[in-house]
Design a binder for this molecule. Structure first.
Ligand code: ADP
Ligand code: MG
Length: 381
């Protein structure tokens, strides 16, 4: 008997026939801050994620316990609140309301949620929770798996409109559609995508959480979007371009403002790095991919200016270690996480040394998570 099942039994009584589901988190490997410019991103679903046990009951109650919060929340399906409660369960409530609207006949159930994905660190625990619950409710109560892309779109809408958090489609798409040992090259506008092999061999993906709160991220994000709009206006007054990503290095001479020039240069070069990364990975060339990760970080630091001393320090320390093929900040920036490609046998030495130097410099400790590219949400039998 595993621990989770035992806990389910303690909380809800019977546990034997509870079904188990898992949804991964995700990390963006390269293609940062260009999703909203019409560019390509390259996320991968990761082996860290959220697990749920679910058992349908004969009542009209949905009871959900989260081990992270050590708390049980209950909803009555006949009288679901129609506005958010400003609580962790909002993501689940939003999914229940959405599926009810789709006329899926929901029934009572008991659910235990357990996670090894850090919350609020940019690894998309919110998308994992929404997609997990959507997939699980659909499978249990409609008797079929949902269409994964529609599910991602619905969950994004729930997060945007019901929970009220602004997010693009990348997170939900990646955790819904991930493929083991693959990254996804995704156009967030058209949802066109392809999978590229990410065979790591003796290497590992190492995620380093700076544990610096991303307080500046939101205002800077709005500022960058404004700057990119201005740059697009300038270029499109000379020739027809719909998205900034269609600009070329040649177009840079049309922009005289140095800040707008830098923002545009990041967009153009980052898009090229995503394309080059896809090619490198098709050939299994992790060394070339690592170099592109390093360049992506430099561009985010110098041209897009969304890094911070903590992220720069982590990347520089890692780059100086021969066991690291490449490292970059990942996510919105101004804190949050870095992603690195490292020799698996050196992880312990790398994390120990980085912990020590980072703590001396910033008086806080980083956290580390090793992970592999994994498949999207699924039932575990
Ligand atoms: P991120 O998606 O980057 O992890 P967010 O702030 O978007 O950060 O989402 C974090 C929120 O998702 C948490 O505050 C909580 O409401 C919800 N959440 C994530 N994981 C869990 C969990 N295991 N149990 C309950 N709620 C969770
Ligand atoms: Mg989130």
């Amino acid at each position: 008997m595993d621990k989770l099942r035992t806990r389910f039994g303690e909380l809800f009584g019977e546990e034997v026939s509870a079904q188990r589901y898992f949804c991964p988190g995700r990390v963006n490997l390269i293609g940062e801050h260009i999703d909203y410019l019409g560019g390509l991103v390259m996320p991968a679903a990761i082996s860290l994620g959220i697990t749920a046990l679910i058992l349908p009951t004969k009542s009209s109650k949905v009871r959900i316990h989260s081990t992270d919060f050590n708390e049980t929340i209950a909803f009555n399906l006949d009288s679901l609140p129609t506005v958010k409660q400003k609580y962790w369960s909002d993501f689940i409530l939003g999914v229940l309301l959405h599926l009810k609207q789709q006329e899926i006949e929901l029934g009572g159930c008991d659910i235990l949620i357990d996670s090894n994905l850090p919350k609020g660190s940019g690894l998309s625990s919110s998308a994992a929770l929404e997609v997990l619950c959507y997939f699980m409710f659909h499978s249990v109560f409609a008797g079929t798996e949902p269409d994964r892309t529609q599910m991602a779109l619905d969950c994004q809408q729930i997060e945007n409109e019901f929970v009220g958090l602004n997010c693009g489609i990348m997170d939900q798409f990646a955790v819904a559609n991930g493929k083991e040992n693959h990254a996804i090259v995704l156009n967030c506008n058209s949802l066109e995508h392809e999978f590229v092999p990410l065979e790591l061999g003796e290497h590992s993906l190492l995620i380093i959480n700076s544990n610096k709160p991303r307080t500046l991220a939101e205002s800077a994000y709005n500022q960058r979007r404004k700057e990119c709009d201005e740059a697009l206006k300038i270029i499109s007054s000379h020739r027809q371009v719909k998205n900034l990503i269609e600009a070329t290095l040649d177009d840079l001479k049309l922009i005289s403002d140095p800040t707008l020039k830098k923002r545009t240069r990041h967009a153009i070069t980052e898009q090229l790095r995503v394309q080059d990364s896809a090619t490198a990975l098709q050939f299994g060339d992790l060394i070339a991919f690592g170099k592109l990760m390093n360049k992506s970080h430099a561009s985010l630091r110098d041209d897009y200016e969304v890094s911070c001393p903590e992220l720069d320090f982590i990347v520089e320390e890692l780059k100086s270690n021969p066991a690291c093929l490449g490292a970059r900040m990942t996510g919105a920036g101004f804190g949050g996480c870095c992603i690195a490609l490292v020799d698996g046998s050196s992880i312990q030495r790398i994390t120990q040394s980085l912990s020590e130097t980072y703590k001396i410099q910033f008086k806080i400790s980083p956290s580390f998570y090793g992970c592999k590219p994994s498949c999207g949400v699924h039932r575990i039998t």
